[in-house]
Design a protein around this ligand. Structure first.
Ligand SMILES: Cc1cc2nc3c(=O)[nH]c(=O)nc-3n(C[C@H](O)[C@H](O)[C@H](O)COP(=O)(O)OP(=O)(O)OC[C@H]3O[C@@H](n4cnc5c(N)ncnc54)[C@H](O)[C@@H]3O)c2cc1C
Length: 586
């Protein structure tokens, strides 16, 4: 093993949350030795692909109260209300800060910041930079991080294990992908900002690197994964690739139609067709701008009724934006046009876009408090890999880019303070753990093995088990079957045979390490979903169709164990918004 590396604070993940945490820590403590480690180059993180934008109150017809209420009711009351309040209050300041760092927010004619409507938000409050918002946000953050010269970057390093000693997280073991060498990176505090794990499902908008590695590392270190049963399907992905057609397409006035040419959402108690050009329209959150879980469920009902199209890549309905006209499409949603042309072979100016629900986002994640702290001292988490929780049972679109900023900053601060207060390391033990990890990976994957299982086969079977058992609609029997399949796949995955035993950029090794993460994440999702015998937000059980506040107005906490995980529960924080019925569009 090469020499160890040592820093005060290590941030794992170079997406929006990781970069915001880096800047917060470096700004507040210029003498702090900060490092950022990322398995991909930071500006290739998934944050880049966000199109729609982040939500924050800015207009006079809006209020913090309204944003808080929309978020809590959208979450089907499973969000912690103190966290939501802090989030909504701090959001506008973060947006202005990002502009000062160079993010080119789109403007209204009068020069004020433009906002667009988004699903489940009663008032327009989603800031945007055309439909390349994530690209601009990530670049503004990245270039700002460069001015902090005390930040060391480890790009294309794959973290595989948290190093824990004296009950404290003190760094990570990571493979330097260019050389294949296992390195120990010691740090007084670690923040996981490793993003989501949508790749556990077959149809997803998530980039190939979103395999839940950080969630899995925390889970293996004994930290709970919270509310993992809540998986968001986005109603409009392209069949085949899963590529996202942003909600902005509906925000700008796109409509969903079935094989009969009917705007079918009107059959699901969704109110009248609306005029979205009127921001005060009381039904702005209904129909196509309803929350994502409801729209995805409506698609499944249409499918059952046989009113969906059949194509080469499965079933779909139509998203029609033709009535918006070429000028508006080019101005507001140019990327939608580009994607539809390149990946569906149609020009949305002249033809409707084929779409289907695809897995988009994980509401659950590493259990943290409002400062990003986990139950493991010295370990923090922020961004999509964390569960604070503000998203509860269903995230409202455009809240998560904001979440990266607000909670990335909070975690960066808190972890920096912790690092300063806890200076000591146990170097020998951390080194030994790194050597163990090196041997585990070498013996599992890098030495020739006769026979053995194939990575792709196990990944495909895992994907199918997740879609069959833990898809848009679930029931006990199918979830039980999914948990059994995952247990069997776990056993088989311990006998993988790799063809590539080389060291430099061994992508087969990376895929094997990612499969370990996918199995951990899949296990936590399926078991948490099986244990929650109610329907709430994105978790719809056909055998338990009602919401059950008496037993389940609680967060689930999945702890890794030998065999099935242990599922415990914790209370939801309610401040001023008592649970109420979630009507469509709320
Ligand atoms: C297509 C798409 C569009 C979206 N649009 C919107 C939108 O309009 N509005 C909105 O609010 N939200 C949107 N979202 C959601 C939002 O973009 C994501 O939740 C958010 O960007 C996640 O940011 P993050 O910083 O947590 O993680 P990411 O941006 O995914 O970054 C994760 C980082 O962790 C690193 N990493 C992961 N594993 C390891 C490992 N083992 N070792 C080292 N490094 C590791 C990666 O290299 C990467 O740098 C969208 C999501 C998708 C997929």
């Amino acid at each position: 093993m090469a020499d160890d590396l040592q820093h005060d604070l290590l941030i794992v993940g170079g997406g929006g949350a990781g970069l915001r945490a880096v800047i917060a820590a470096a700004d507040a403590y210029p003498d702090l030795a900060v490092a950022m480690l990322s398995k991909g180059y930071p500006i290739r993180s998934h944050t880049l692909s966000a199109e729609g934008g982040p939500a924050a109150v800015i207009k006079e017809n809006d209020s913090l109260e309204d944003h808080i209420h929309d978020t809590i009711s959208g979450a089907d009351w499973l969000a912690d209300q103190d966290a939501v309040e802090a989030f909504v209050r701090e959001a506008p300041g973060e947006m202005v800060q990002l502009e000062h760092w160079g993010c080119p927010w789109s403007r209204e004619e009068d020069g004020s910041v433009a906002v667009r409507p988004f699903g489940g938000m009663r008032i327009r409050r989603t800031w945007y930079a055309a439909d390349k918002t994530g690209f601009h946000m990530l670049h503004a953050l990245f270039q700002t991080s460069l001015k902090h010269t005390q930040v060391t970057r480890y790009d294309e390093w794959f973290a595989t294990r948290l190093l824990v000693e004296d009950g404290r997280c003190q760094g990570v073991a990571a493979v330097e992908l260019r050389t294949g060498v296992m390195r120990v990176v010691r740090a007084k505090a670690v923040i996981l900002c490793t993003g989501g794990g949508g790749r556990v499902f077959p149809f997803t908008t998530n980039a190939a690197i979103k395999t839940g590695d950080g969630m899995a590392m925390a889970y293996r270190a004994g930290v709970a994964l919270k509310d993992m049963e809540f998986v968001q399907y986005h109603p409009t992905g392209l069949p085949g690739t899963g590529i996202l057609i942003t909600e902005a397409a509906r925000g700008e006035g796109g409509i969903l139609v079935n094989t009969e040419g009917r705007r079918y959402l009107q059959d699901y108690n969704l109110g009248e067709p609306l005029d979205v050009s009127d921001p005060s329209h009381p039904q702005l959150r209904t129909m196509e701008l309803g929350p994502r879980d409801k729209l995805s469920q409506a698609f499944m009902k249409e499918q059952e009724a046989g009113r969906v199209f059949e194509g080469e890549y499965g079933t779909y309905t139509h998203l029609d934006v033709r009535h918006l006209g070429e000028r508006l499409i080019n101005e507001r949603i140019p990327f939608v046009r580009e994607l539809a042309k390149d990946y569906a072979g149609i020009d949305p100016v002249h033809a409707p876009i084929p779409v289907r629900p695809v897995v988009h986002y994980m509401m659950g994640g590493i259990d943290t408090d409002m400062e990003g702290a986990t139950s493991l001292p010295g370990l923090y988490a922020a961004g999509e890999c964390a569960c604070v929780s503000i998203n509860g049972a269903n995230r409202l679109g455009s809240n998560s880019l904001t979440e990266l900023l607000v909670f990335g900053r909070r975690a960066g601060h808190a972890a920096a303070v912790w690092a300063q207060e806890h200076p000591e390391f146990d170097q020998a033990s951390l080194r030994a753990q790194g050597a163990d990890e090196q041997e585990r990976i070498a013996s599992s994957y890098l030495r020739p093995r006769e026979g053995g299982e194939r990575i792709a086969a196990i990944r495909r079977e895992l994907n199918e088990a997740m879609e069959d058992g833990a898809g848009v609609y679930r029931d006990g029997a199918r979830l039980q079957a999914a948990t059994e399949t995952i247990a069997e796949l776990r056993g088989r995955a311990s006998h993988l045979a790799l063809d590539d035993h080389s060291h430099s950029f061994n992508t087969e090794l990376t895929a094997a390490l990612e499969l370990e993460s996918l199995l951990d994440v899949g296990e936590a999702v399926a078991h948490s979903a099986l244990a929650r015998t109610e329907s709430r937000g994105s978790h719809q059980r056909t055998d338990h169709p009602e919401r059950d506040d008496e037993n389940f107005l609680r967060h689930s906490l999945a702890y890794r164990a030998d065999g099935a995980p242990r599922i415990e529960y914790s209370d939801v924080t309610i401040t001023s918004w008592p649970p109420a019925e979630r009507t469509y569009g709320s």
